[in-house]
Each structure stands twice: as structure tokens, then as C-alpha cells.
Design a protein around this ligand. Structure first.
Ligand code: ADP
Length: 168
């Protein structure tokens, strides 16, 4: 599919409803979204890269109205390189609270100086998801809390299963 492409990057450990909301709203402004699932060997994740990519593909199919407009790929290295190599010039980010601002502002300035052709566009988080983060979800899951309000149905099982394995 041709048309305007935006790239949405993250760790997605695990992907939650706030992330999926950014993808669906991003599709109102862009024809296609490439979701880059980050691989940072220094960052210990609950789900490995293959699992996070597979889970993102699955929930995009299950939750996004036009999943054929979304592609999912692993990525490592500099975000601006990944965006450029994908043939895009737009990095899409979600912005939750004002505490996200500092980090996002610094990152967007750094990316701008690395490659002035790449623009970072922000979508404000929906109010009902503005408190949601993968780290909060991991905390809730580790204590056996109910995650079904925050995770797409297709993601709940794999996250609980991982915590059960870790508890053994
Ligand atoms: P990172 O490792 O870059 O923090 P995340 O997987 O936590 O990656 O988030 C990926 C992207 O999704 C970021 O742009 C982040 O701001 C955005 N995001 C995270 N949580 C939410 C949410 N609840 N609502 C909207 N956007 C969010």
C-alpha cells in the first residue's frame, strides 16, 4: 500500500490499550503505520523481542479496524535511521502526562539534530489511558492483579503465563 507512512516506535513490553489507541488514531492522519518493536540488549524485558513482535501483530489483527494498514517490524539502533530506512519522515509518539514532556522534548530535539528531515509528531493519550504504562501493567501482573481493563484480550494470557513461569 502506498501513501503517507508514519513510524511508531516503542518497547511494547507488553503492548496495551494506550498503544493501540495511538495506532488507531494515527491511522486517521496517515495511510499506513509501521510499528517498530525495539530491541535493546541492555534493557531486560518481560517478553523477548520475538514475543513482543508476535503479540503486536496478533493484537493489531484483533483490535485495529483496518489491520492491513499496519506493519510490525523489530528494530534496533537509532530511531531516526529506522524511520529513514523505512521510507518515512515521521515518527509518531504518544504523550501521557506532563512528566512525559521532559523526556520526549529532549528526545525529539536529539532526533532533530541527528536528522532534521525527520519530524516527531505527538498524539495526546486518551484520558482513560493517560495513566497507563507497560511498567505499571507489569507491576499489576506480578501481584496477580486484573489486567483485562488495560490489555487487549489477546495479550492477557501470555503476560500472566510469563509471570507464572517466573514465579516457579
Ligand atoms: P518506550 O520504551 O519508548 O518508553 P513504550 O512501549 O513504553 O516505549 O511506549 C511506546 C510509545 O507509546 C511512546 O511514544 C509512549 O509515549 C507511548 N505510550 C505509552 N503509553 C501510552 C498510553 N497510555 N497512551 C498513549 N501513548 C502511550
Amino acid at each position: 500500500m502506498k501513501g503517507r507512512l508514519a513510524v511508531y516506535l516503542g518497547t511494547f513490553d507488553p503492548v496495551h490499550l494506550g498503544h493501540l489507541d495511538i495506532i488507531s488514531r494515527g491511522l486517521k492522519a496517515f495511510d499506513r503505520i509501521l510499528v517498530g518493536v525495539g530491541n535493546n540488549p541492555d534493557k531486560k524485558t518481560l517478553l523477548n523481542l520475538e514475543e513482543r513482535v508476535g503479540l503486536m501483530e496478533k493484537v493489531v489483527r484483533e483490535v485495529i479496524t483496518e489491520p492491513h494498514r499496519v506493519e510490525v517490524k523489530p528494530f534496533s539502533g537509532l530511531a531516526v535511521h529506522f524511520v529513514k530506512d523505512s521510507g518515512s519522515s515521521v515518527m509518531l509518539r504518544g504523550l501521557r502526562t506532563t512528566s512525559d514532556m521532559d523526556y520526549e522534548f529532549t528526545m525529539s530535539l536529539a532526533n532533530m539534530s541527528l536528522d532534521p528531515d525527520i519530524e516527531t509528531l505527538f498524539l495526546m493519550a486518551k484520558d482513560i489511558y493517560s495513566h497507563l504504562s507497560s511498567s505499571l501493567l507489569r507491576q499489576i501482573a506480578s501481584f496477580g492483579g486484573d489486567m483485562s481493563k488495560f490489555l487487549p484480550p489477546g495479550a492477557v494470557e501470555i503476560v500472566y503465563k510469563r509471570y507464572k513461569e517466573l514465579a516457579k
